[in-house]
Design a protein around this ligand. Structure first.
Ligand SMILES: [Zn+2]
Length: 130
């Protein structure tokens, strides 16, 4: 780009809409809201959704952990997928995984873990060293 071209600014400036109410925004180009009220309302709503999502995830993780504790009184128990499901276990939530050298993957909900061992069965374990 030559210096001359760089100095040409667009003739029409884009009119931006408020992220909350959709009204046109007057003032600085980097403004996202038409008013402080809209900014506050938008951020409150955003935070509420975040909070709800995190609350749901935390709840699912705690519930999974509770189910694993309940079914694993001895610290090492073989249990069927069906039994876990009936308790309301949700396999889509875990806090971390651990892969052994031979490629087996343990799934953990905090210190409570499970290892898929054979079709529809899991070995429940408890992490010892934190
Ligand atoms: Zn607005």
């Amino acid at each position: 780009m030559t210096p001359a071209q760089k100095d040409i600014s667009p003739a029409i400036t884009e009119v931006k809409a408020c992220l909350e109410c959709g009204d046109p925004i007057k003032g600085r180009a980097d403004k996202k809201f038409c008013s402080d009220q809209c900014r506050v309302a938008y951020n409150n709503r955003l935070n509420r959704d975040d909070t709800n999502y995190m609350r749901n995830v935390n709840y699912a993780l705690r519930k999974n952990r509770r189910i694993l504790i309940e079914l694993n009184a001895t610290g090492k128990t073989k249990v069927s997928r069906d039994k876990l499901m009936r308790k309301g276990f949700d396999f889509s939530y875990f806090t971390n995984t651990y892969k052994t050298k031979d490629g087996a993957i343990y799934y953990y909900c905090y210190e409570q873990g499970y290892l898929p061992i054979e079709k529809e069965y899991y070995l429940l374990v408890v992490k010892q060293d934190f």
